[in-house]
Ligand binder design. Structure first.
Ligand SMILES: [Fe+2]
Length: 286
């Protein structure tokens, strides 16, 4: 192979890999339900997850442009907006600052907000920018005289400190119980109406279904990092090899759960056939 051919191949590979990790894709999901109030038929939720403090252009201009183009009624951010391995919060706060100009932004923290050790400060900064932090809390979203419940639960990682080896071996920990307790309290506080839950991790699908949420928005799996036809995602944290929940919408009982493939990377720095993803969830009344 000539030097020219080798150089050309290297450039093509570099462009391809850049696009795989920086080219934003928009996925559309339609969630249909007979419990949805008429006023929310056609309501568009822009689901943003796992930024991991990544920058998409100067001042997040590139991603904000795509977000605005989707014309959302609200924006739901499901955690890992920062990364414990990458110092700082600048990219995350810039995204928040610009996103609130597009539509009302609601946020729940993921595992990285906990392990980075700066959740409280981050949460206050996000609130000061106009982001509604719904960590173990809920908001009523109103539209033309009707309302839906938007609940948010802090990630499982927030309840993890202090887990003993025995608990780990038994397969169920106090963190599992604490996480479920928060969902059960939220569920009792808002027992009726059309209920949407924001929660970082998808592998708790059975618990979300147990408390009867209509729609759950999650992330955490990063699409399985590398994706292949007929296989799907390759690996996701807390689910392992060939994860069940890494993309798209899944149903259990009356619960539909959307799994965003997310935007950034964390420990493993490369996405393959799994471009950064924004999800537009359109609610439809059956
Ligand atoms: Fe993440």
């Amino acid at each position: 192979m000539t030097l020219l051919a080798i150089s050309l191949s290297a450039v093509i590979l570099a462009v391809f890999l850049w696009w795989q990790n920086n080219g934003i894709s928009v996925s559309n999901v339609i969630y249909t339900c007979s419990d949805l109030p008429d006023a929310f038929d056609g309501f568009r939720i822009l689901h943003v997850s796992d930024l991991h403090n990544k920058a998409f252009g100067k001042g997040q201009k590139r991603i904000i442009g795509v977000m605005a183009h989707t014309k959302p009624d609200m924006i739901a951010v499901t955690g890992d907006i920062i990364d414990k391995r990458r110092f700082g919060t600048a990219a995350a706060l810039t995204l928040a600052l610009e996103a609130v100009k597009v539509a009302p932004v609601y946020y729940v923290p993921g595992n990285h907000e906990k392990t980075a050790g700066i959740y409280e400060q981050l949460s206050e900064r996000l609130k000061s920018l106009g982001v509604k932090v719904i960590a173990n809390d809920a908001e009523r979203i109103e539209r033309n005289g009707a309302e839906i419940i938007l609940a948010g639960v802090k990630d499982w990682e927030f309840y993890r400190p202090g887990i003993t080896k025995e608990e780990r071996k038994s397969g169920r920990t106090r963190a599992d119980a604490e996480f479920e307790l928060r969902l059960s309290v939220l569920s009792r506080q808002h027992p009726s109406g059309f209920r949407v839950l924001l929660s970082h991790r998808p592998e708790k699908m059975d618990v979300y279904a147990k408390y009867g949420y209509h729609l759950v928005l999650t992330g955490h799996a990063h699409g399985g990092q590398w994706r292949f036809p007929f296989v799907g995602g390759l690996y996701a944290p807390n689910q392992g090899i060939l994860p069940e929940y890494s993309s798209g919408i899944h149903y259990e009982g009356q619960t539909g759960m959307v799994v965003s493939r997310g935007l950034g990377n964390s420990g493993f720095p490369l996405r393959l056939f799994n471009r950064p993803e924004l999800v537009v969830v359109t609610l439809k009344r059956r």
